[in-house]
Design a protein around this ligand. Structure first.
Ligand code: PLP
Ligand code: ZN
Length: 417
């Protein structure tokens, strides 16, 4: 049983029935799923959610599928880690890391949106799925398509990290690398979507895809005992996840399922910060940029939903910042050394931005803070290759280790046993 009433244009408010459509036929505004909230309020309780398996479908009344989910039965419900040591390093009292670096099956937040998009594509009867991707989406669409037995075409820029490329090709899709950046890939894919009639998860089934991102917010709330965090820092690429986390929190508040008040903050890399620039300028107009950053997974110069990021940030009273590639790498190291979590540059970005916002006094030191870690560092080893320690190389001889150990301890006497 579904609680979806249809699709509504975010600009003119015009409604259309559920279909594989993403723009309004009247004004070309983006379409969004509309739910029957009074009906959901009557059935959805904390107890019902708690009784279900620990995956993203536990919030299914607030997700846009009709029948049983087809994929993503192990996706979501990632750890919310109390980050004592990172909190101490940043000088704050209550810090949490929402860790989608261990999402199933492809180690990023994209397993959420893809679970919903592909389940919906199967309901619509598509046999081919596709996407334009900066890497993680490609990985997730490839894996979920393999499991569902769908045919799959993946479009990526031709300069991605090796881990992201192999992390797609291994599942057997057709992978097409485009000479150009993500924005070039996306433009081409809009034409292909029109012509070939495939389910492009982030184009023609985008209204369903974006709904999957709400589960990141639902989980944060549930894992905090249905009390919203006071501050949540979220990365922005195309602008899907941030407004949907805000939307998730508002839905829970409106349904009486959560309490509290939150401020939401956008994190971008200085080499691709069109949304943060607009925020700082106080304008609604996002000027596209040409990306130049190691944070490739969030390097989108012309974000489709950038405007909605600005809106969600401003409505909440939050803010946003951009950080340099050097700060991003420092953020990756800091999170790894303090919490034992290895994230990719997108996560390094949110850690570094959180640090900056705390230092600026934008985020107070004595309130609850959630840092979003959306991707896994094992896929992007290139990003830290020049800044990590190399192993000590010695022969398999005790004397050699003794000498090394003595050296490591600065002449302090080695205490064996
Ligand atoms: C895609 C992605 C994001 C955010 O992208 P949005 O398009 O803004 O939702 C953040 N982090 C990682 C690792 C990603 O792959
Ligand atoms: Zn419209």
């Amino acid at each position: 049983m579904s609680y979806v009433k249809g699709l509504r244009c975010r600009e003119c408010g015009g409604e259309t029935p559920v279909a594989p459509l993403h723009v309004c036929e009247t004004c070309f505004g983006p379409l969004e799923v509309v739910y029957d909230y009074p009906a959901i309020r009557r059935v959805l309780t904390h107890e019902l959610i708690a009784s279900r398996p620990r995956n993203l479908w536990r919030y299914r009344e607030l997700l846009p599928i009709e029948g049983e989910p087809h994929v993503g039965l192990h996706s979501g419900f990632t750890p919310l880690v109390r980050a004592e040591r990172l909190g101490a390093a940043l000088g704050v009292r209550e810090l949490w890391v929402k860790d989608d670096s261990v999402n199933h099956p492809t180690f990023s937040y994209k397993d959420r949106v893809v679970s919903v998009a592909i389940s919906k594509a199967i309901e619509f009867g598509f046999d081919t799925v596709s996407c334009a991707s900066t890497g993680n989406l490609a990985n997730s669409v490839s894996a979920h398509a393999a499991r569902a037995g769908l045919s799959c075409y993946i479009f990526i820029p031709d300069d991605l990290e090796q881990g992201k490329v192999i992390g797609s090709t291994i599942y057997g899709p057709r992978v097409i690398a485009i000479r150009g950046n993500y924005d070039d890939v996306n433009r081409l894919c809009s034409e292909i979507a029109d012509k070939y009639g495939w389910a492009f998860v982030n184009i023609n089934v985008r209204p369903y895809y974006t709904e999957g991102a709400k589960t990141y917010g639902f989980e944060i709330a549930e894992q905090l005992g249905w009390r919203l965090p006071q501050h949540v820092v979220v990365p922005t690429a195309g602008g899907t996840i941030l407004p949907k986390v805000a939307r998730a929190f508002r839905e829970l508040l409106d349904l009486g399922l959560a309490t509290g008040d939150f401020k939401i903050y956008t994190a971008q890399a200085a080499g691709c910060a069109p949304v943060v620039q607009a925020l700082h300028k106080g304008t609604d107009l996002i000027s596209p940029v040409k990306p130049a950053t190691i944070a490739k997974s969030i390097a989108i110069g012309n974000p489709a939903d950038g405007y909605y990021v600005l809106k969600a940030v401003r409505e909440s009273g939050g803010w946003g910042e951009a950080v340099t590639d050097a700060e991003i790498v420092e953020g990756i190291h800091l999170l790894a050394r303090t919490e034992g979590i290895f994230t990719e540059p997108a996560g390094g970005t949110t850690v570094a931005v959180t640090k900056k916002l705390i230092e600026q006094g934008r985020i107070p030191r004595d309130e609850s803070i959630v840092v979003s870690v959306t991707g896994n560092g094992y896929k992007t080893l290139e990003a830290v290759l020049d800044t990590v320690a190399q192993p000590f190389r010695i022969a398999a001889r005790l004397a050699d280790f003794d000498a090394l150990y003595a050296g490591l301890n600065d002449g302090r006497e080695a205490s064996a046993v």
